[in-house]
Design a protein around this ligand. Structure first.
Ligand SMILES: C[S@@+](CC[C@H](N)C(=O)[O-])C[C@H]1O[C@@H](n2cnc3c(N)ncnc32)[C@H](O)[C@@H]1O
Length: 288
């Protein structure tokens, strides 16, 4: 009997334990990983995985794709990220998962520091490349796509997943402090070269890099809940705190505005809200 669901449950439990740890920066990323598991797994289930394949996760962060793939398939996954801090946490998550039997028989995970613009892997190394929420952060998406093309073997696949601001709906609109916090974070991401509308661009990026596009789809997730939830407040506050220096240095918020925003965020009253977000996935193949 396939025990993938049991193993994925262990992944979720372990992620939750790490999301609660005080010493991890960017804990919001792990919380986002837990909250978006269903969308991600729906996309991963469509990939042409075969036992023994070499899969590379570019910009693996805290391992959202990496650990799910190794729990579901007997493949070798290499996680690449330029953040030593994220990779150090991944090593810890990995040993916890391995000890608890969350990796499928025959699966293995290797973690490697590297830049998406110059991947530290040889030509034709991978049978598949996956990447989630990387392209929205990088100014030079064409170079990243060309690198993915280079490390793939002929007929290997790539699956890129990302968001697009046009695919978010909130009704009624977010309260003012939440809107201000989201706007400040979006401005910071744009100022650093990120693209908030990259979801709609993914297919063109891979087509232009020489891939044949095999599938494009959108996976939505909607909730009707009291908002902002404590979790949403915490995530926004953590993101603001993590970006504090740059928000001020780039003139997006003054120091008093930053402090006021953190305070207002805590005080904003929660109300019932419908909210919808979606991820765009593009699956493409390197021609033979
Ligand atoms: C929003 S996180 C997404 C992490 C993970 N893929 C996920 O789905 O949760 C983006 C990740 O990309 C990494 N990253 C950004 N630019 C990179 C680059 N040029 N090379 C390698 N990693 C990069 C960051 O360090 C971060 O871990």
């Amino acid at each position: 009997m396939d025990r993938s669901l049991d193993r994925l449950q262990i992944v979720d439990d372990v992620m939750q334990a790490f999301a609660d740890r005080e010493d991890i920066t960017d804990k919001w990323l792990i919380r986002q990983t837990i909250a978006t598991a269903a969308m991600r797994r729906a996309i991963l289930a469509t990939l042409p995985m075969r036992p023994g394949m070499h899969i590379v996760d570019v910009g693996c962060g805290y391992g959202a794709l990496l650990f799910d793939i190794a729990a579901m398939h007997s493949v070798h996954v290499t996680g690449i990220d330029h953040s030593p801090a994220a990779l150090a946490v991944d090593e810890e998550i990995l040993s916890t998962l391995a000890a608890r039997g969350a990796l499928k028989d025959g699966a293995s995970i290797t973690l490697q520091r590297g830049d998406a613009m110059a991947l530290p892997l040889p030509d034709g190394f991978a049978d598949g490349v996956v990447s989630r929420f990387l392209f929205q952060h990088i100014p030079n998406s064409r170079t990243a796509a060309a690198e993915m093309f280079r490390i793939l073997r002929s007929e290997g696949f790539v699956c890129a997943i990302d968001s697009d601001d046009a695919l978010s709906i909130e009704y009624p609109a977010d309260p003012p402090a939440v809107t201000r916090a989201k706007d400040a974070l979006k401005s910071l991401q744009r100022a650093k070269g990120g693209v908030r509308e990259v979801g709609r661009q993914l297919a063109s990026i891979f087509h232009d890099a020489g891939f044949s596009i095999t599938q494009t789809f959108v996976v939505p997730q909607a909730v009707y809940s009291l908002a902002p939830s404590d979790l949403a407040r915490d995530i926004l506050a953590e993101q603001l705190q993590a970006g504090r220096q740059e928000l001020v240095a780039r003139g997006i918020l003054t120091k008093p505005e930053y402090l006021e925003l953190l305070r207002d965020l805590r005080q904003e009253e929660a109300r019932w809200q419908f909210s919808m977000h979606a991820e765009i996935a593009v699956i493409a193949q390197k021609p033979s």
